[in-house]
Design a protein around this ligand. Structure first.
Ligand code: SAH
Ligand code: SF4
Ligand code: F3S
Length: 468
């Protein structure tokens, strides 16, 4: 756990609540109670959960991954697709029985899904055993919510959005010790017509550069070897701020921090991804040559209706420029299949472009209707079954491309960071700069170290030998 550089008065207030909760807990429990945080959704949520866990530790809870033994269970939820929400409702249902067995337990839910009024209302009405519900703008107020509950308040529901400033200075309990998340901004202003994120996360807000640098320094001092900068659209970092530090500049500042570590970032929006950024990536030694650049569709007609503000020509220009500057760059992307009004011809454009680019891997999604977004009321005549067929066709095409790409790595040598065990005993696993997994013979002492590994073969994973 670590404390960031400055604490805002709002955070001081919460830290005082946390102390009061800790006193109540000490007076109530013989053994420290256990808290379980289950996280759904993207890295932004994973990072928020790390802050929530930091606060829970401050309040005197121990952390557990097993909700069965927890005195406090929190779901940090995602709203991006229907499937994500369905899982939460299912798992919330299961908690009902758990609470019946353990009447004293506290059940809390937070995150993007419950930021929607309709969801908050549904949970209030149909899930009476949920004690605390809070939205994405008030996450930092968890100690106050727990305090109020412990002081006799029946249920705490809060999805206010008035808090616009970022509240700095809370404790963090990071999940790993090698690779860490570093949020640089929150929210999104882009309103892609299919996407719920701007509605549940609010407007774009950037953290001050000195806060980010202080946190990055701390992470390096703690031994982290990889820092991933997080934001829904990192390229618009600092827009409208007086400090004048844009994303490329911020990267340079982090690159200047002394130490043996690597920098990654996500997500880059193609409309704001600049040549300056790609030049910066190429020039900064610590920045991994890996770019996740969500394309969403290969059809200009669909990109326009999606409100993405780029066309495929611009997208391909960025890809070509990135490859010219960094011939070893690994490229990945997100694709939505079956956006309302998409035809098979539009879909074929997407397949054509993915073949042209040759992504290392793709994150593919079937369009999911999100109430309140413009696309939700667009005509959507293609059946789910048909979309499923297109989806399979896309997966097959990409599988071939990925396999070819991995195949080309055989015989070459890569610097990898060993970050875990391999799939079979005696092997450890690592990732290249491009974030590709390679397994090699080594024991547990290899964890956290860099090696030069020569790739020998491609089975269901790339396997290699340490040469240095
Ligand atoms: N801010 C990031 C993406 C965040 S959401 C960006 O703009 O790239 C991650 C991915 O989920 C998106 O890139 C998109 O491909 C997918 N997604 C978002 N809304 C969706 C929806 N309604 N249905 C299906 N996929 C969706
Ligand atoms: Fe959603 Fe678009 Fe914002 Fe990404 S950029 S979070 S897809 S609205
Ligand atoms: Fe999901 Fe919220 Fe992330 S909707 S994808 S957890 S920003």
């Amino acid at each position: 756990m670590n404390l960031q550089k400055s604490a805002s008065p709002l955070m001081d207030e919460q830290l005082a609540f946390a102390e009061r909760v800790a006193d109540i807990i000490k007076a109530t429990y013989v053994e420290p109670p256990k808290a379980c945080v289950e996280t759904y959704g993207c890295q932004q949520n994973v990072s928020d959960s790390e802050h929530i866990k930091g606060m829970l530790l401050k309040m005197g809870y121990l952390l557990t991954e097993n909700s069965e033994e927890a005195d406090f269970v929190l779901f940090n939820t995602c709203a991006v697709r229907e499937h994500a929400e369905a899982r939460v409702y299912g798992n919330l249902g299961a908690l009902k029985h758990l609470k019946r067995r353990r009447p004293g337990m506290i059940i809390a839910i937070c995150g993007c899904m419950v930021q929607q009024q309709s969801v908050a209302d549904r949970i209030k009405k149909s899930y009476p055993y949920v004690d605390i519900l809070f939205g994405t703008h008030v996450t930092y107020r968890l100690p106050e919510f727990i305090y109020n509950l412990l002081m006799g308040k029946k249920r705490v529901f809060n999805i206010e959005t008035d808090q616009k400033e970022i509240v700095e200075g809370g404790p963090v309990s990071r999940d790993g010790d090698l690779k860490g998340w570093l949020p640089i901004m929150y929210g999104c202003n882009n309103f892609c017509t299919y996407c719920i994120v701007p509605y549940v996360r609010g407007r774009e807000r950037s953290r001050a550069p000195e806060e980010i640098i202080a946190e990055a320094r701390e992470m390096v001092a703690m031994g982290f070897k990889e820092i991933t900068l997080l934001g829904q659209n990192v390229n618009s970092y600092g827009k409208g701020e007086a400090h004048g530090v844009n994303f490329a500049k911020l990267i340079r500042m982090i690159n200047d921090i002394e130490g043996d570590f690597k920098i990654r970032f996500m997500t880059s929006h193609p409309k704001d991804c600049t040549e300056e950024l790609l030049d910066t990536m190429a020039e900064c030694k610590k920045v991994c040559h890996q770019l996740h650049l969500p394309m969403q569709s290969g059809s200009n007609r669909i990109l326009k209706i999606m409100n993405r503000h780029y066309d495929i020509e611009r997208y391909l220009h960025l890809i070509d420029y990135a490859r010219e500057k960094m011939p070893d760059i690994t490229l990945t992307s997100d694709i939505i299949v079956g956006f309302p009004g998409e035809t098979y011809d539009d879909f074929c454009e997407t397949v054509k472009v993915i073949k042209r680019v040759g992504f290392t891997s793709l994150f593919t999604f079937i369009y999911s209707k999100r109430e309140g977004t413009p696309a939700a009321i667009m005509e959507d005549p293609i059946s789910r079954e048909e979309k499923g067929k297109w989806f399979t066709e896309l997966l097959k095409a990409q599988e071939e491309i990925s396999r070819k790409g991995y195949g080309e790595m055989v015989g070459k040598t890569y610097r990898v960071l060993c970050d875990g065990e391999g799939r079979v005993p005696g092997r450890m696993s690592g990732r290249t700069d491009g974030n590709v997994v390679i397994e090699f013979e080594a024991d547990a002492s290899a964890y956290g170290r860099y090696f030069l590994v020569r790739v020998n073969e491609l089975t269901n994973v790339l396997c290699g030998t340490i040469i240095d």
